[in-house]
Design a protein around this ligand. Structure first.
Ligand code: 13P
Length: 258
């Protein structure tokens, strides 16, 4: 397993396009976005297009190495009879350097368990990619007082198969399920509370580097709320769905906190 160095908490602006923007729209997006967004030396911008658009993204952004990109998921296996699967080992050849794991839509629609997420993290790290481990509670879990227990279990089980040295290479995304695509954003105080729970869990887990690990917030982030969210204690960046699909809105988000 490779051991990515522990990174300082440089702000990360991450766009998860989910199943939007095919190759044609991807090229058009990059053209418009790059006209509006100048390279930032004080932040990382990373886009997760659908896998079918990775080549189009790499081609369109070939003169913008500051724009990093990644895959939204990988398979737990490296090769073989797994129709539609994406092997982590095949990702680096596309130019992508990041991978999401454990997004709540993968958990809900495809039944990804915490153990699956852990196996995917192993594959992602073996391939030398930078993983973003997504965690978050449902409304029912929050309202029944299980926020901390849910986050702790998701993290503990997902990092269980990782060797100690690899654990410090993870980026985390706290995405409350009730805030995803609903227009209902966690308040800065809610986000700060959850991020503190994640960081406390990292401080207890062997190998994790709580103080140097970036924890992103995701869930109905938009230009109107980005500054307030980013100003919350322990919020090191954002993972944005809907508002990242429009190049103007994504450029406005990526200009925040500068
Ligand atoms: P929205 O920004 O559309 O709520 O999606 C958040 C998300 O799921 C990012 O991974």
């Amino acid at each position: 397993m490779s051991h990515p160095p522990s990174q300082p908490r440089t702000p990360v602006f991450a766009a998860n396009w989910k199943m939007s923007h095919g190759p044609t729209e991807t090229g058009a997006f990059v053209e418009r976005f790059t006209a509006r967004h100048s390279r930032r030396s004080d932040a990382t911008v990373v886009i997760f297009p659908p896998a079918i658009s990775l080549a189009a993204f790499a081609a369109a952004a070939s003169d913008r190495p500051d724009l990093e990109f990644g895959v939204q998921d990988v398979h737990t296996e490296l090769e073989g009879a797994h129709t539609s699967g994406i092997s982590a080992a095949m990702v680096p050849a596309t130019g992508a350097t990041w991978a999401l794991a454990g997004h709540s839509e993968r958990r809900r629609e495809f039944g990804d368990t915490d153990a699956d997420v852990g196996r995917k993290l192993v594959r992602i790290l073996e391939a030398g990619l930078r993983p973003v481990l997504c965690v978050g509670e449902t409304l029912e879990e929050r309202e029944s007082g299980r926020l901390a227990a849910v986050l702790e279990t998701q993290i503990r089980e997902a990092i269980r198969p990782l060797d100690r040295e690899s654990r410090a290479g993870l980026v985390y995304a706290y995405e409350p399920v009730w805030a995803i695509g609903t227009g209902r954003t966690a308040s800065p105080a809610d986000a700060a509370e959850a991020h503190a729970i994640v960081r406390e869990q990292l401080a207890r887990a062997e190998g994790c580097d709580a103080e140097r690990t970036a924890i992103l917030y995701g869930g109905s982030v938009k230009p109107a709320n980005i500054e307030a969210l980013l100003s919350g204690p322990g919020v090191d960046g954002v993972l944005v769905g809907g508002a990242s699909l429009d190049p103007d809105s994504w450029a406005a988000i990526c200009a925040a906190g500068g």
